[in-house]
Design a protein around this ligand. Structure first.
Ligand code: CP
Length: 301
């Protein structure tokens, strides 16, 4: 079965084709009636064991806009609250004729296991610290919309890199599209290595000559020893402000996957400024997820 767990099995041509399909889906979304019959007869399940606003709603809208049926599983309102395991939950859903699963878990690797348990297309909507491939695809789509080709472009990712599946997926994807990725944060929030990216604690060095800057949320829910450095120290050293964004290339856009901690990792006024692509990322997420659903359910790979 086709799937999107991370980008390991995806070649550049396949990624380019997916992004081209997303462009076509963007045209569908610009029509007064935003609906096509492409997935008529398919049933898609969103299965989220962690909270989500953007990813779950945009996947559900993406499926509906292509005429699929959608069921939505939320762990807090399910029998997982009574101790049912990931596997038993997914196998139970599978007896009801689901054609594809969109899965978010707090543990890394569950989407890979789910793919083996179910023998059905599985799309990873975020697994722990490990990967969030559709976020990286919508980031790449948004960057290309703004910058054109990413060949030779420098993309700076700033914040809590250690706990970030968004950083890992972007470091995996963006270099395949020609970009150079620099990841920056305080030493306590950097991993030992990040395949696809260079690492630095020096914010100015990361931002200088950057074609775009991506700020990431401090993931307090994944910090068992509390935040190091302290919040005031983080803000003093790493918050993306208008003054610091001026170190990057003129007009370099600012991205953030959301949800944002305003005035922590990103200056609130900057988040609302014309430099910010935060809302455009959300809008593009729907077209990108339509393309992903189309590729895993009916497209060629
Ligand atoms: N960016 C992102 O994954 O947002 P949600 O957690 O709201 O889905």
């Amino acid at each position: 079965p086709k799937h999107l767990l991370d980008f390991q099995e995806w070649e550049r041509a396949q990624l380019e084709s997916l992004l081209e399909t997303a462009q076509m889906m963007q045209e569908v979304l610009a029509r007064p009636v935003k609906k096509v019959p492409a997935l008529t007869g398919f049933t898609v399940a969103t299965v989220f064991f962690e909270p989500s606003t953007r990813t779950r709603i945009s996947f559900e809208l993406a499926a509906r806009r292509m005429s699929a049926d959608v069921v939505s599983f939320t762990s807090s309102a399910s029998s997982t609250a009574k101790g049912e395991t990931y596997r038993d939950t997914l196998r139970t859903l599978d007896q009801m004729g689901i054609d594809a699963y969109i899965l978010r878990t707090d543990a890394a690797g569950v989407p890979h296991q789910a793919h083996r348990w179910l023998q059905k297309p599985v799309i990873n909507a975020g697994d722990g610290w490990r990967a969030h491939p559709t976020q990286a695809l919508l980031d790449a789509f948004t960057l290309r919309e703004k910058l054109g080709s990413l060949e030779g472009k420098k993309i700076a990712i700033v914040g809590d890199i250690l706990h970030s599946r968004v950083a890992r997926s972007n470091a995996e994807l963006l270099p395949r599209l020609g970009a150079q990725v620099v990841a920056c944060g305080p030493a306590t929030l950097l991993p030992g290595k990040l395949p696809g990216a260079s690492l630095t604690t020096k914010l100015r060095e990361a931002l200088e000559e950057a074609d775009a800057v991506m700020a990431l949320r401090l993931q307090k829910e994944r910090m068992d020893k509390g935040l190091l450095p302290s919040l005031p120290e983080y803000i003093a050293g790493y918050q993306i402000t208008e003054a610091r964004l001026a170190w990057a290339k003129p007009e370099a856009p600012l991205l953030h996957p959301g949800p944002m901690n305003r005035d922590v990792e990103i200056e609130g006024t900057l988040a609302d400024s014309p430099r910010s692509l935060v809302e455009r990322q959300v809008a593009n997420g729907q077209a990108v997820r339509m393309a992903v659903l189309y590729h895993v359910l009916v497209g060629k790979r």
